[in-house]
Structure formats: C-alpha cells, structure tokens
Design a protein around this ligand. Structure first.
Ligand SMILES: Cc1ncc(COP(=O)(O)O)c(C=O)c1O
Length: 411
C-alpha cells in the first residue's frame, strides 16, 4: 500500500485523529518472546477477543498460532486470515445455537465447554451436522492465585465448571452424545505479570487436571490458558518471564509425564501479550479548562475508543495519554476526559502533564489489546477510531470499523 510516512504526525495528517496504529513488527516480537518463554512442545492459540483486526490475526496465523474464537465474526476473521477450521477452537460462555451451527458448518470441531449444558448443546449441534465435536471441559478450580489483574476462577464464577462438581460426577461430562471429551481447559484470569504468578496458576491447573484425570476424565489435551500480562495503556515493556520455561517444564514433568511426546498435548492461549505492545492510540486535545481547582484536558477519544472494560473495573485501570512532544516545563495534575456526556468518560483522574493546547497530539502506548473493540463504541455515535497497520515504514492497511444500521427482512 502507500508509503504516506508512518510517523504519528504523518498518519494524523493523512487520516485524522483518533486512530490506532498497529505495528506488525511488534506482533512478531511479542510472539517470539512468548514462544521462547514457554516450554516445548506446545500449541499456542491467539485469542481474537483481544484484537480481532484481520492483519493481526493473519500475522499470528503466519507465525504458527491457532485461533481461539468466541463469535461468528471472530471465526470468520480467523478463517479469512488463513487459519484452517481444524486450528480454530470455539470457547466462551453463552455459545448460541447459531454460533455452534455456524462453526460446525465451517468445519470447526474443537470447542471449550463451560458447563454440562454447554456440552449437551455442542453435542446436539454436532448431531445435527452428523459429526462429533471434540471438547475440552473448562474447569473452575477450587482456588487460584489472586495475583491476576482480573481473576475469573477459584470462587463462584460464570466461567467453567466447578472442579468439585466434576470430581463428584465425572461421568456426567464423559458420556455426552456426539461429544468426544478430549481434555481440560483452565483459564483463570488475565494480567499475570510475573513468572511466579504464572507458575502458581499453572500449578493449580496441573494439580486440578491430575485429580480429574485420575477420576477418568480424558487428558489428551490440556489447555493451561495463560493470562500472560503486558503493560496496558501506559508506558512499559512486557516481561519475557525469566525462568518460566525451565520451571514450568519441571512442573509438567511432575504432573503430566508424557507431555514431551504430546500426551497430553500442552496448549496455551494468549490475546493480551501477543497484541498489546503493537498498538498506540493517537488522539488530539480538543479543550482544556479548570473547574473547582481541577484541570481538565478534553480529548477527542475517551472510553468510546479505549478503556470500556478497563475503566469498568473496580478500581478502574488508569489510562495514560502523553503529549507526543513533551517539553520540560512545570507539570500540572490533569484529569483526562473524553467526548462522552458522562463523568465515567475519564481516562485518568490526576496525571502530571505539561498543560497542553487544543490540537496537540497525545499518544496512549500499549493499546493493541482490548482497545477499540473493548470500548463503548456505539455510545454517542462518534465514529470509531481509524486503524492503521504498519510494517516497517509502510502502511499496509488503513480501515475504519463502522457501526451501521441495516434493514432486516423477516425470513
Ligand atoms: C477463556 C479465555 N481465554 C483467553 C483469554 C485471553 O486472555 P489474555 O488476553 O489475557 O491473554 C480470555 C480473556 O478473557 C479468556 O476468557
């Protein structure tokens, strides 16, 4: 495609703000770091929920990643990126009949089941297609580490089947018509930033799986999830998780001898780690003002473009936007807000900044994961930020997602 120049200023001039820039070479670097940190042999899935941009999916497929998808649209993106159906896995709660039928019709056979009901619905859909689905049972362990930025297991959870329930009645999960239960899936939370935090979680997963395997649940595949942390919407460098490979190898040797020969096949999945570092959101200052002693910087992007999920957490994760051209002057604590008519549209309560002027460009680093599609895209109907992919000094793709009303005709 064109070589407009890939500097932030050149792209802002060409496409206007706000826009995301995804640097595909950073996707390569993240993938390389993660695969080096993990023990081999392993299978790695890219979780498209982190960023379903087709170029990112394509790049990760070209590097050998499979695709973990949760919707028809994510599946279509993965298939269009070249990922064969045999390398796609459908997961997530609330899988509808439409999603299951769609996936099976496209040749997908691998699923992660959240509950006995989910297993039964997957089996029923497979029966309609005249086939058998290979399923992992997602398990919610009795306890898990509390070191994740967002913990999704180890207590009452909408995700997975309680380990206690699986222990009490393992046969309930192994005898489902048109389902071949091939193993277990344990994904417990996201944002694990250290080797120790990851290992604590993996040990929980391995010990949970060992007990269930002893009770007769098959363990040909073991999806250990991941939750590999990477800085989000702030300056920072992802860890390369020193020591993870040998220490996790030792755990696998202890709990799952045979993994080295692929029995069980050890699976990981990652969205954030693979895609977060490639992205930068660029936006502009629209206004500045003070109110009752607080300085406000009003930007042309807010939680409609970035931070819908991060800001909804308790406490909300701060988002740090910085001037493109910092100058050494006195810093003022600024409240960074966006264009929505809601006080919730606040990225940061008090970020020390030189006071900007309208038109100044601001950048938010490390926003390649849980950016645009995890934002409140439709609220107030501002158009979604453009998405510009660069590969070295070339712009390889420049697109804009559109929210569009289309007429429906009853069947
Ligand atoms: C089941 C499952 N797998 C993978 C992911 C991706 O996680 P991450 O982006 O932390 O790698 C998630 C995130 O919510 C998830 O729920």
């Amino acid at each position: 495609m064109t070589a407009t120049g890939t500097s932030v200023e050149a792209l802002a001039e060409a496409y206007g703000t706000p826009f995301y820039r995804y640097d595909l070479r950073e996707v390569d670097a993240a993938h390389e770091r993660l695969t080096r940190a993990l023990p081999g042999p392993h299978t790695l899935y890219y979780s498209l929920k982190a960023n379903p941009h087709p170029r990112i999916a394509e790049r990760l497929h070209a590097r050998g990643c499979r695709a973990e998808v949760t919707s028809e649209a994510e599946l279509e993106t993965a298939l269009a990126a070249g990922c064969p159906p045999a390398h796609c896995m459908v997961g997530g709660p609330g899988k509808t009949t439409a999603l299951l039928d769609h996936a099976l019709a496209h040749g997908v056979r691998d699923f992660s089941a959240e509950s006995d009901g989910d297993l039964a619905r997957i089996g029923a859909a497979a029966a309609r297609t005249g086939t058998t689905a290979r399923c992992l049972l997602r398990v919610n362990p009795d306890r898990t580490s509390t070191q994740a930025a967002l913990t999704m297991a180890g207590r009452s959870s909408q995700f997975g089947t309680d380990a206690a329930a699986a222990r009490a009645e393992p046969g309930r999960y192994t005898q489902v018509p048109n389902v071949q239960l091939t193993g277990l899936h344990l994904y417990m939370g996201t944002g694990l930033d250290t080797t120790d935090a990851l290992l604590a979680q993996f040990e929980t997963a391995l010990s949970t799986a060992a007990v269930l395997s002893d009770l007769g649940i098959p363990l040909e595949r073991l999806n250990l999830g991941g939750g590999f942390g990477s800085p989000y919407a702030r300056v920072g460098t992802p860890s390369d998780f020193p020591g993870l490979r040998p220490r996790l190898t030792a755990l696998l040797d202890g709990y799952t001898p045979g993994w080295n020969e692929g029995l069980p096949e050890i699976v990981f999945e990652s969205g954030r780690y693979l895609s977060a570092p490639c992205g930068t959101l660029i936006c502009s200052v629209v206004d500045t003002k003070t109110s009752n002693g607080t300085t406000y910087v009003v930007l042309d992007a807010g939680i409609n473009q970035l931070g819908g999920t991060a800001r909804a957490r308790h406490p909300p994760a701060p988002i740090e936007a910085h001037p493109l051209t910092p100058s050494p002057t006195t810093l003022t604590e600024c409240r960074l807000v966006g264009p929505l008519c809601s006080p919730l549209d606040t990225w940061h309560e008090a970020l020390p900044l030189q006071l900007p002027a309208p038109g100044d460009l601001f950048t938010v680093p490390n926003t390649g994961a849980y950016g645009l599609t995890a934002a409140l895209l439709g609220f107030l109907s501002h158009r979604p930020a453009a998405e510009i992919c660069t590969d070295g000094n070339t712009v390889v793709s420049a697109t804009r997602l559109q929210l569009q009303r289309v007429p429906l005709t009853p069947p």
